[in-house]
Design a protein around this ligand. Sequence first.
Ligand SMILES: NC(=O)C1=CN([C@@H]2O[C@H](COP(=O)(O)OP(=O)(O)OC[C@H]3O[C@@H](n4cnc5c(N)ncnc54)[C@H](O)[C@@H]3O)[C@@H](O)[C@H]2O)C=CC1
Ligand SMILES: O=C(O)[C@H]1O[C@H](OP(=O)(O)OP(=O)(O)OC[C@H]2O[C@@H](n3ccc(=O)[nH]c3=O)[C@H](O)[C@@H]2O)[C@H](O)[C@@H](O)[C@@H]1O
Length: 435
Amino acid sequence: MNVSIVGSGYVGTTVAACLADLGHEVVTIDIDEDIVDAVNDGESPIHEPGLDELVAEHGGGRLRASTDYAEILDTELTMLALPTPSNDDGSIDLQFMEAGAASIGEALAGAENATEGPHLVVTKSTVVPNTTENRLAARIADAGLERGTDFLVASNPEFQREGTAVADFLNPDKLVFGTDDDRATDLLHDLYEPLREAADGDTPVVETGIAEAEMIKYANNTFLATKVSLINDIGNICKEFGVDAYEVADAIGLDDRIGEQFLRSGVGWGGSCFPKDTDAIIAAARERGYDPAVLSAAVELNDTQPERLLSLLDDHVDVSGKRIAVLGLAFKPGTDDIRNTRAVPVIEGLQERGADIVAYDPVATENMRERYPDIEYADSAANALAGASGAVVVTDWDEFAALDAEFDDMANPVVVDGRRIIERRDGLTYEGLTW
Ligand SMILES: NC(=O)C1=CN([C@@H]2O[C@H](COP(=O)(O)OP(=O)(O)OC[C@H]3O[C@@H](n4cnc5c(N)ncnc54)[C@H](O)[C@@H]3O)[C@@H](O)[C@H]2O)C=CC1
Ligand SMILES: O=C(O)[C@H]1O[C@H](OP(=O)(O)OP(=O)(O)OC[C@H]2O[C@@H](n3ccc(=O)[nH]c3=O)[C@H](O)[C@@H]2O)[C@H](O)[C@@H](O)[C@@H]1O
């Protein structure tokens, strides 16, 4: 199939490179010329394990990039993989999606569509229910086009995670096709047929309405975020009783109805999606007169975990004027992404207390330096710990599990672990956040 993808960022590039690898002819359209040049030169514009190899193999061949929306005319369907950030009040900001949809409309209106039948426009980005039909279809139609005759719309949300995006896309737990037209459903089946064949054909396909598909994505992300907040709530209770929340989580995870994943309690969830998607669906619900009590509590609890971490440190050290090590800055291990990382409230809490911060992360230091240029950054965990009067662990990087003698070089060996990654041992004052 000939496929176009508007937006060549984390999702667009990953999906494009994987679809090219599965045999489709794919073109990505991006306004950023550096990204377009990189893809055509066979270089991945983003860091994801396995993506460099796929872009190197197909870039400039079955995978091309362009700044020209007219490229969509030679394709059977166009996916929108544009950003959906938050407005100041937490609601979804649709400016990028509406601009992309308007450009698609202009391209479709301005030239003869080379493919048979109405062009299919698929929302890959995460958008609140009814956005595709009410907002995006309307922007496409603004060019003088008629939905149903000139174009169709559908929703096909994406569930990949950062750090494992290629593997997640190629081996999904499910595919969700939100359509209101048989031709749209058939095209999505054609698109994913090679993926399902490669995955032994047993990937479940959920055929549903467009708004249902949009809501499935929010339900998925907010359920997982709430699951982590719930285990953090339970973990905080455990801590009050001196009970190990990880032993409790391991046991309850054996119940199939609960499941073992997303039960790692600690300093909370961050990243480019859980916080913005939770805020967006809460804002959209409130706009319609419903206040989602559980989701609001999940956010509130997530916001308090960093302060709980710091109050445990306060129990052992008066941090004012003292050197305090922050281990881990990325929102999770395996990425240099610091968007909504829990390290930010931890750093700000330490600054409010007058601490002298020294931070370390294996890959995210430069990103954090842009945000906080005035704090000290160490080039190793050992150098961050040397002379420190206390340390907090924010990201569960594997290398922190190997730390041992490095704690002996601290001025005062106190560690508060927000991710259950450091070994408790003699000579170290160790506090786990929920154990
Ligand atoms: N990052 C992730 O792991 C996941 C993200 N999502 C969702 O996918 C969507 C996209 O997210 P990311 O890929 O992370 O965004 P991103 O910010 O990495 O990429 C967006 C790309 O769109 C380009 N762009 C902006 N305006 C444009 C326009 N008018 N025309 C053409 N290109 C334009 C930008 O230059 C950028 O390269 C969001 O809705 C997000 O919630 C869903 C699942 C996973
Ligand atoms: O919509 C998205 O962008 C994506 O958001 C998340 O993926 P991601 O944010 O990349 O990372 P996760 O592995 O889900 O972790 C999110 C946060 O939760 C935290 N977490 C996760 C699991 C856990 O048990 N405990 C915990 O604190 C992580 O440390 C991290 O800060 C979802 O897992 C993906 O399915 C979804 O596609």
